[in-house]
Design a protein around this ligand. Structure first.
Ligand code: GRG
Length: 299
């Protein structure tokens, strides 16, 4: 492993371990009543996942000179929204899946009603965290952070993207239609992770615009690679059911463009992301490494 690569791996491991501890602390304790709901919330969030969104928040926070004690709360809020979306997405009324992060999905391990409530409660907890912790110097900036996450999670963001996804099943989408779906479904929350991490620090309007461009490119690249892996990787490697999109007749970058062009698109988006970071110089180095990780990942 090259020194830069091992430095990145060490940084990533440290952020992931920190996030595990932060999330374990912020989630309701398993023995607190109602025990079943709190146990299930912890089951959904802890011990699993790559923590890509928290990693992006920390990297953007580093670029903006943010205090890690602030970034970890913003990162936790985004990760809780992500975990809620996975729990609801796995329900029989949506994607109907039994495996997530290498474990039985929440409705399989517990039951459907509990899984619904887990998602609801995780979403509420995310906003509670943004409201009760000081994350920015100015209240106006902190209020804007709440708005950013609400827009990213709502009908004009992730939930809207999920609706487009449900309606797209069995249909042949064009590449721009696919892009619109994923900008909402996956990209919006990834963008929120970057923008919230940066908002904990001191990014000016110009730096924010560069970060925004980076986040949009990386969010889409993440989804393109997700589609490639769904077609190429095994269930054991992914920790979730592989080949599912194809079986369910869902349009993906691979089904719409083919495997090689989808990989090329991911590389183009990586180049776009790296280009957006150029004006940030050395401050953007973790974000640069994360763009590589997102495009080159195997799971
Ligand atoms: C139910 C409102 C609602 C939204 C669901 C995110 C989502 C929308 C559905 C998940 C289904 C899916 C496979 C989306 C594609 C990209 C994606 C978000 C993959 C999972 O994210 P990772 O790879 O997961 O970051 P880990 O487990 O590593 O956190």
């Amino acid at each position: 492993m090259k020194p830069a690569e091992s430095d990145f791996q060490a940084w990533m491991g440290a952020v992931q371990a920190r996030m595990e501890a932060v999330l374990a602390r912020l989630l309701p304790q398993a023995h607190a009543r109602p025990v079943r709901l709190h146990e299930a919330m912890r089951y959904a969030v802890l011990e699993g996942g790559k923590r890509v969104r928290p990693l992006l928040a920390f990297a953007a926070g580093e670029a903006a000179g943010a205090a890690p004690e602030r970034v970890e709360i913003a990162a936790a809020a985004v990760e809780l929204i992500h975990a809620y979306s996975l729990v609801h997405d796995d329900l029989p009324c949506m994607d109907d899946d039994v495996l997530r992060r290498g474990k039985p999905t929440v409705h399989v391990e517990y039951d459907e009603a509990t899984a619904m409530l887990v998602g609801d409660a995780l979403q509420s907890l995310a906003f509670q965290l943004l409201a009760e912790n000081k994350l920015a110097d100015e209240p106006r900036v902190q209020l804007e952070m709440v708005r950013t996450l609400a827009l990213a999670a709502g009908s004009r963001g992730m939930a809207g993207g999920q609706q487009i996804d449900l309606e797209a099943t069995g249909k042949a989408l064009t590449v721009p239609e696919l892009e619109l779906m994923h900008i909402h479904k996956t990209g919006a929350l990834i963008r929120a992770a970057v923008m919230l991490g940066a908002a904990c620090g001191h990014a000016g309007a110009e730096a924010q615009a560069h970060l925004d461009r980076y986040a949009k490119a990386v969010g889409l690249a993440f989804q393109v690679i997700d589609d490639v892996l769904d077609a190429e990787a095994s269930t054991a490697t992914l920790g979730k059911t592989a080949g599912k999109d194809h079986k369910q007749g869902k349009p993906t970058y691979v089904s719409v463009m083919g495997l090689a062009p989808a990989r090329e698109l991911a590389q183009d988006l990586r180049a776009e992301a790296l280009g957006a970071l150029e004006p940030l110089g050395g401050a953007g180095s973790r974000l640069r490494q994360l763009a590589d990780f997102i495009v080159l990942r195997k799971f």
